[in-house]
Design a protein around this ligand. Structure first.
Ligand SMILES: [Ca+2]
Ligand SMILES: [Ca+2]
Ligand SMILES: [Ca+2]
Length: 338
């Protein structure tokens, strides 16, 4: 049997019925074949149908392509949000510093900008930290800058280390000098407190080398014997041998304010300085230098000097003495002559 299905698929309605062999589907309102028709089935949806197309959204592969350069420009990030490439990550466990955890500033009592714990004179301002003898005490507070055992106050050359044979006045009392008188220690001084025509005390002979040397003492004349008309005063003597009878005295003649050198054995001035240049009051710093063939005597700081030439150059012992005066000696030193 041949069936005319020419109207199949055509829209239909009660007013527009389908042709022969077809009938109008009651709910789809299209003409369908009458033979074997299962009217309960719904039209099959397309197998590859995707989601409903939304014209407002770009679809990959569509004509609305992504403008990469424009997007990059629009993605500018504020600098504060950009981490430096090498920036180390902040330590997670680091505790924030607290104000009272900071160390106190180093002490600098003298204000020379060198902390006390590194200052070689913590109580004396000395920014240079100069230390000539490198003993750890800066020159500004070192009482012996050159470290030669002679305090700066008595050192003839305080910034140049000397070869020291002897220094310490009070120790003279322990020496083997054959001198006379009644010497007493008074503080750092050694004093003769009686009038006498020649009291002296000397050192061991080993303190005077057979070479060039310098002897220095400082003394204060306390008084001269009342009524005395010839007062040679105090001084230094040097002798050829210990206890020997030859040598020289260097004396401040208090009667004439004259500096003289006399022979030890006879005490007679053989060399005299210009009298008026010697001050009339002390303390006096007296120096004898034996060098080459001469022996000189001077009051330090005064342009006056007595000198004798003696090729034998006295050596052996040295001492201090007084004549008709009460005198205190502050120190006696013997060093190698510069
Ligand atoms: Ca200092
Ligand atoms: Ca020093
Ligand atoms: Ca010194």
């Amino acid at each position: 049997m041949i069936t005319d299905l020419g109207s199949a698929g055509r829209p239909c309605s009660p007013s527009a019925p389908c042709g022969p062999g077809t009938t109008c589907h009651p709910s789809l309102h299209v003409c369908i074949a009458e033979v074997g028709l299962d009217t309960s089935r719904k039209p099959r949806a397309p197998a590859d149908a995707g989601p409903p197309e939304d014209a407002g959204l770009p679809v990959p592969g569509a004509d609305a392509r992504l403008d990469v350069s424009r997007v990059a420009a629009d993605l500018t990030v504020p600098d504060e949000l950009v981490a430096a490439p090498d920036a180390a990550p902040a330590p997670v466990d680091a505790a924030p510093p607290t104000p009272d955890a900071a160390p106190p500033p180093p002490l600098d009592k003298d204000g020379d900008k060198v902390p006390d714990n590194a200052d070689n004179c913590p109580a004396t301002s000395n920014a240079s930290q100069a230390d000539l003898d490198k003993d750890g005490a800066g020159d500004a507070c070192d009482d012996d800058i050159d470290g030669d055992t002679l305090p700066n106050t008595v050192d003839p050359f305080p910034a140049s280390a000397d070869v020291v044979y002897y220094y310490k006045t009070a120790d003279m009392l322990l020496q083997d000098g054959s001198y006379s008188g009644n010497w007493t220690a008074s503080g750092t001084s050694l004093c003769q407190n009686s009038y006498h025509d020649g009291y002296g005390i000397g050192l061991k002979s080993t303190f005077i080398p057979d070479s060039d040397y310098l002897v220095e003492t400082q003394f204060t004349i306390l008084a001269t014997e009342p009524g005395a008309t010839d007062t040679p005063g105090p001084g230094i003597d040097v002798r050829v041998t210990s206890g020997g009878s030859s040598g020289y005295d260097c004396t401040l003649d208090t009667e004439y304010n004259n500096l003289v050198i006399g022979e030890y054995s006879s005490w007679y001035p053989i060399a005299s300085s210009t009298p008026q240049t010697v001050p009339t009051s002390g303390p006096y710093r007296m120096r004898m230098v034996a060098k080459g063939s001469y022996l000189s005597c001077e009051i330090v700081g005064v342009q006056t000097k007595a000198q004798v030439n003696d090729p034998s150059k006295p050596y052996g012992t040295v001492g201090v003495f007084t004549y008709l005066t009460k005198t205190c000696f502050d120190y006696l030193l013997v060093i190698k002559a510069p």
